[in-house]
Design a protein around this ligand. Structure first.
Ligand code: NOJ
Length: 529
């Protein structure tokens, strides 16, 4: 009945200019999406072949995590050549085919840009090492002499996010800065050649048809002058309320203003999305001023527990912060760096309810591959198969990141469940046979069909998608209720059913709604009312 009502709503509003204000953007992690050549590693041709699945799912755009030439010290976030595809993922021709076919399906493609650091195998870094201390090519990175009598101590006390000092010494005695792994030297963004090079890289991908960029470590490019010591025990934090000399420095905004000029040279609403871990939602909003980027990930929301009060606070705070700059709020529950939200929240019921709550909020939403299948984190990977260089130490990101990167199941009873014809680079659990796309398709109780229905309603319902506020309705403790025009969303975050007069006719429910005025435990319901 629920789906019947949804089908009666007007059909697609289409993707208009400003598409990104309400887009649902699906994150593909190329290693783990679909493998076309049986080598156990996902690739671009695999992605191309599955675009119709994404179209049918009902998303508007696809963000592809890095597929560039890379030694894979950090799963591709260590880029050796920003204009080349790693052979493990295919060729430039394959990338072109993905973009073209996506466009033919009216899907947009966002590519991942990694400007804070490159790979130690990048030509510039190799040249800098060859040319030696004091040479101009070293100035494109942060090379410094060490401290102490023989220069044996790192130039300052910063630590890498992956653990250990943020500096590595090279044989000639100098040290270079890397906020992440030693194989990921940080660029010196004061250097004009670095600035020019990245504007050129933007153009390269825009010319190829990319609809935008997800900007890795967007808050890290500019470091405080003189690279001052932190001078305290507390070290790197991706998220915190402290001001750090390597994150969220005001100078980054000049870079994004210059990038916006490049994006605006191109037709078709090309966008920049900041991965910016900042001390507050207000600081994040600064990246989204009208002459800077378009969206930023909402990590404050991602780090919020399944708790009505906390969620309402995060929702209000996010909407309030974006309003003054006129940017859409974004929402995200999972990505390739964090424990999957089904496992974080503790149950599939909560994961489904959280998804419906997120998709009802005003703005744009991100869906991480496999969450539409209700995949849990894989928590028992043997140490020998793990590939994550280390782990984030910050809030909500404790733990190794391979458990959310296991290749997703498409079909069949045995691993690799249609992921490819060979194996899979990380082993998939036996229970995933029942979670595959094929197993869930057509089953109205499945999580996949819940996402499909939600995205269909979201696309069709005039009250959903873009917007900058919600009207909160009175609700019992532990329950969230808000109105957007003639649409109402209720979310019961408690583990017991809660009585609440039905605010209208149910459109969709994350758990079976036996009685319209009894909200099931850990559920979200969408209402026409
Ligand atoms: C954020 C990316 O999402 C993560 O996977 C990566 O390790 C770091 N940035 C460094 O590039």
């Amino acid at each position: 009945m629920t789906q019947h009502l949804a089908d009666a709503l007007p059909t697609s509003t289409g993707t208009q200019p400003g598409w990104w204000r309400e887009a649902v953007i699906y994150q593909v992690y190329p290693r783990s999406f679909a493998d076309s050549n049986g080598d156990g590693m996902g690739d671009l041709e695999g992605i191309r072949s599955r675009l119709p699945y994404l179209k049918e799912l009902g998303v508007d755009a696809v963000w592809l995590s890095p597929f560039y030439a890379s030694p894979q010290a950090d799963a591709g976030y260590d880029v050796a050549d920003y204009r080349a595809i790693d052979p493990m993922f295919g060729t430039l021709h394959d990338a072109d085919a993905v973009i073209r076919e996506a466009h033919a399906l009216d899907l947009r493609i966002i590519v991942d840009l990694v400007p804070n650091h490159c790979s130690d195998q990048h030509e510039w870094f190799k040249q800098a090492l060859r040319e030696g201390p004091g040479t101009p090519l070293r100035e494109r990175f942060h090379f410094r002499p060490g401290r102490g009598a023989g220069g044996e101590e790192p130039p300052n006390d910063w630590e890498s996010i992956f653990g250990g000092p943020a500096w590595t010494r090279v044989p000639d005695g100098e040290w270079y800065l890397h906020l992440f792994a030693p194989e990921q030297p940080d660029f010196n963004w004061e250097h004009p050649a670095v600035q020019d090079e990245f504007r050129s890289i933007l153009r390269f991908w825009l010319d190829l048809g990319a609809d935008g960029f997800r900007i890795d470590v967007a808050h890290g490019l500019v470091k405080a002058p003189g690279l001052p010591d932190l001078g305290r025990d507390e070290q790197l934090k991706l998220l915190g309320n402290q001001v750090l000399p390597f994150f969220d420095q005001d100078g980054v905004h000049e870079i994004y203003r210059s990038w916006r000029l490049v994006l605006d040279e191109y037709a078709g609403d090309r966008i920049g999305v900041a991965e910016a871990w900042t001390p507050s939602a207000d600081r994040t909003a600064m990246y989204l001023r009208p002459d800077e980027l378009h969206q930023a990930f909402n990590f404050h929301y991602l780090n919020t527990d399944w708790d009505a009060e906390a969620l309402r606070g995060a929702i209000d705070d996010s909407l309030d912060s974006m309003r003054p700059v006129g940017a859409p709020t974004t929402w995200v529950l999972s990505n390739h760096d964090v424990v999957r939200h089904r496992t974080r929240f503790g149950s599939l019921e909560r994961a489904r309810a959280a998804a419906l709550l997120m998709l009802a909020l005003p703005g744009s939403a991100y869906v991480y591959q496999g969450e539409e299948l209700g995949l849990p984190e894989v928590t028992d990977l043997p140490d020998e198969v793990r590939q994550d260089p280390s782990f984030f130490k910050a809030n909500g990101q404790d733990g190794l990141r391979d458990g959310c990167r296991v290749p997703i199941p498409w079909s069949g009873e045995e691993a690799p469940y249609g992921f490819g014809t060979g194996g899979s680079w990380l082993p998939q659990p036996a229970e995933w046979a029942g979670l595959s796309v094929a197993a869930q398709t057509g089953d109205p109780a499945s999580t996949l069909e819940l996402y499909r229905a939600a995205l269909r309603i979201r696309r069709a319902h005039p009250a959903l998608g873009a917007g900058d506020g919600v009207e909160w309705l009175p609700a019992p403790e532990g329950v969230l209720a808000f109105r957007r025009g003639d649409f109402v969303c209720t979310a019961n975050t408690t583990d017991v059913p809660v009585r609440l007069p039905a605010p209208g006719t149910a459109l969709l429910s994350s758990t079976d709604l036996a009685e319209p005025d009894l909200l099931p435990a850990d559920s979200t319901v969408w209402w026409q009312g």
